[in-house]
Design a protein around this ligand. Structure first.
Ligand code: NDP
Ligand code: KPL
Length: 307
């Protein structure tokens, strides 16, 4: 299977490594600065699930160098999506399906409008990973899951192929037949987790120790459930409880990728995540005061000057 990893960041390199281990032909489509860093330092993953070093990674900076591809693993941040569209369209024309693993929801209709519904799969991931100063992946948890699935009947064959590729791979892969619900559940969870950790600038441990603070995360879960329901997606109270249990079970020093970005002084995905939820709520006439408060608190830190 020919897989193009679009965005050689923490997620892209991690899952690219696991797909290559499983026998896929993996190409990384990157920008010039990242290409230079990879040529200087190589490409590697440090992980409790097993380290991996790419022997001779295929790195390209121009989409025209790709003749054909079966699948694009789209792993850019939400704020880089617009800049990725032209190359994605080229890849789609060359036969590729796009599997986005970004957090959030707004990218799905955007990609469907730009590429056509037939080419945009549903996808998400659970992993705690970040790039170190060498541009290598530091995987900081025991979980490393990709959940994907067909949003349209035309996606079934490629989903089946990916499932077969990864059957015995060193990665937890789920081909879900309810991917839309899974996407919303992840969106609910991430807006609570990334919101509360980034707003407080704390990992989950001290947040959990303070009931008043943890309650804010619980209220974000509830508001996200209500938004999902307004879009006819059946996220339930039970799902909210499950997300809460997930928050209670993360290691004390565990934190979100957005909080890691705040710590590193990088651009935040706030607009795509919480901004997106507020827009989706407004479109349905819903009030989401907790999400708005989290958004307002984090907003100044979108500007790296204020970090
Ligand atoms: N990290 C994590 O633990 C998790 C992250 N996620 C989600 O996954 C998504 C990706 O996150 P993450 O991997 O952490 O992000 P990173 O910032 O580590 O990686 C994103 C990469 O995309 C690259 N990129 C952006 N635009 C382009 C472009 N036009 N062409 C080529 N490359 C491009 C960036 O390259 P450049 O260096 O050139 O800027 C960067 O290397 C986010 O939506 C995040 O919320 C979900 C679960 C866990
Ligand atoms: C919560 C987590 C770590 C799960 O993968 C995540 O998606 C993120 O922090 O972006």
């Amino acid at each position: 299977m020919k897989i193009v990893v679009f965005g050689a960041g923490a997620l892209g390199v991690y899952f690219g490594a696991r797909f290559e281990e499983a026998g896929a032909d993996v190409t990384f489509l990157v920008r010039e600065k990242r290409a230079k860093q990879i040529h200087e330092n190589g490409l590697a993953v440090n992980s409790p699930k097993g380290d991996y070093t790419f022997q001779d990674p295929t790195i390209i900076t121009d989409v025209s160098e790709i003749e054909s591809a079966d699948l694009v693993l789209l792993s850019v941040k939400g704020y880089h999506l617009e800049g990725a569209l032209e190359s994605l369209k080229e890849l789609q024309k060359k036969g590729a399906y796009v599997l986005p693993v970004l957090n959030g929801m707004e990218h799905i209709p955007l990609l469907q409008n730009e590429l056509g519904k037939d080419f945009v799969l549903g996808g998400l991931s659970f992993i705690m990973a970040t790039l170190n100063d060498h541009g290598h992946v530091e995987h900081n948890s025991e979980f490393h899951q990709v959940v994907f699935g067909a949003l349209e009947p035309t996606h079934k064959a490629i989903c089946q192929q990916l499932e077969e590729l990864t059957e015995n791979a060193n990665v937890d892969v789920v081909n879900s037949d309810r991917i839309l619900i899974e996407l919303w559940k992840k969106y609910m969870f991430i807006n609570a987790f990334s919101g509360i950790t980034t707003a407080t600038n704390l990992p989950i441990g001290p947040i959990r120790s303070n009931q008043e603070t943890f309650r804010i995360a619980e209220m974000v879960l509830q508001e996200m459930r209500i938004i999902a329901n307004a879009y006819h997606v059946e996220v339930t109270e039970k799902d909210v409880e499950a997300a809460k249990t997930q928050l209670l079970n993360i290691q004390d020093d565990g934190t979100s990728s957005m909080h890691q970005d705040r710590r590193k002084g990088l651009i935040l995905e706030l607009e795509h995540l919480h901004g997106g939820a507020i827009r989706l709520a407004k479109a349905k006439g819903l009030e989401v005061p907790y999400i708005e408060a989290i958004y307002g608190i984090i907003k100044p830190f979108e500007d790296p000057k204020n970090m």
